[in-house]
Design a protein around this ligand. Structure first.
Ligand code: 13P
Length: 344
């Protein structure tokens, strides 16, 4: 009986995260990554500045109509907003589900130094218990697959798939919904067909491992890359081709039992990430909900508008709200060009 109610809780949370017209804000940049983002706007990466920036995002009025959950970095999970309210309470109060990035980053893979393996399994069971106590109801683990000469190797795909499934199984044991993120990077001159082939190989192995390790597919979400041309590919596939190819690839490898697929943006421009998601939803017959779990594509205009100045907070919040609204519409296949012009 107990087991069943835990399963139902996982299923309910996974479904709530992909409620119609809603997606996830990935604001879980590690200290190293957020430092790079803040550097880019000339702001020093102090704990106070990181707090002010996350506060700006999380207090944006009305964004909760389009944002079901927010992925936090550990520092933020245990932090409070500028008015002293713990961030988890602030989010929960708006009906937004707090999540937590639990991996410890992608490190060079032994014996294949141009590839990466994500670390963080040791002690994960204990950390998950602490995160659950702090209010996290879902988690994220990102594996990185690089396309290049002779890579990815099966070795890299296998070890990352194994780790993703170990993470997912531990999350579910703790009552936390795992977001399984195998990211095939878009860097490089490869074309969309190569991206499709590598994404297919990766997803096939990931779902083999998830099933072998008894992960409840109904109680997880997949966070994949879109199938897209490499950034330096001279022949960039258009929006319709990206949508059709991504859908074909996912249909071949993602069981219909998975309730939702929430894409990463991976370095796409914010508008393009919205257009791609919208085009996929306009096809209309996918067995899973297709939505977003964007980091850069939701935050980039807000970060630029803020520039570390409190006077700019309203403009930054307006920029974030606009991206959230546009992506919420794209999650329903109802995004229009006019929405880019609308004021908040
Ligand atoms: P991007 O959308 O910027 O790729 O970030 C999503 C994410 O959470 C990467 O792990």
């Amino acid at each position: 009986m107990r087991k069943k109610s835990m399963q139902q809780q996982l299923i309910d949370t996974a479904r709530a995260l992909v409620a119609p017209g809603k997606g996830i804000l990935a604001a879980d940049e590690s200290t190293g990554t957020i430092t790079k983002r803040l550097d880019s706007i000339g702001v020093e990466s102090t704990e106070a500045n990181r707090q002010a920036y996350r506060d700006l995002l999380f207090t944006t009025e009305g964004a909760e109509a389009f944002v079901s959950g927010v992925i936090l970095f550990e520092e933020t999970l245990f932090q409070s907003g500028l008015d002293g309210t713990p961030f988890t309470d602030l989010l929960t109060g708006k009906g937004v589900i707090p999540g937590i990035k639990v991996d410890k980053g992608a490190k060079p893979l032994a014996g294949s130094p141009d590839e990466k393996i994500t670390e963080g399994l040791d002690g994960l069971r204990e950390r998950l218990a602490d995160y659950a106590k702090a209010g996290a109801r879902f988690a994220k683990w990102r594996a990185v697959i690089t396309i290049g000469d002779g890579i990815p190797t099966d070795y890299c795909i296998d070890t990352n798939a194994h780790a993703l499934a170990r993470y997912a199984a531990l999350c579910q044991e703790a009552g936390i919904v795992p977001i399984v993120e195998p990211e095939v990077l878009m860097d490089g001159p490869h074309d969309i067909h190569r991206c499709e082939a590598v994404t297919e190989r990766t997803l096939a192995r990931v779902f083999d491992e998830l099933l072998a390790q008894q992960v409840l597919l109904e109680g997880m979400l997949l966070k994949p890359n879109m199938v897209i041309s490499g950034t330096e590919c001279p022949q960039q596939a258009g929006v319709d081709e990206v949508a059709a190819t991504t859908l074909r690839c996912l249909r071949r490898h993602v069981p219909a039992a998975v309730p939702g697929i929430v894409f990463l943006s991976g370095g796409q421009s914010d508008e393009l990430a919205t257009r791609h998601l919208n085009a996929m939803n306009q096809h209309g017959d996918a067995p899973w909900t297709l939505s977003f779990s964007y980091g850069r594509a939701l935050q980039a205009p807000a970060l630029a508008a803020w520039s570390g100045k409190s006077d700019n907070v309203p403009a930054a919040q307006q920029a974030y709200y606009r991206r959230a609204r546009c992506n919420g519409a794209a999650a329903r296949g109802q995004y229009t060009d006019a929405m880019e012009q609308d004021a908040a």
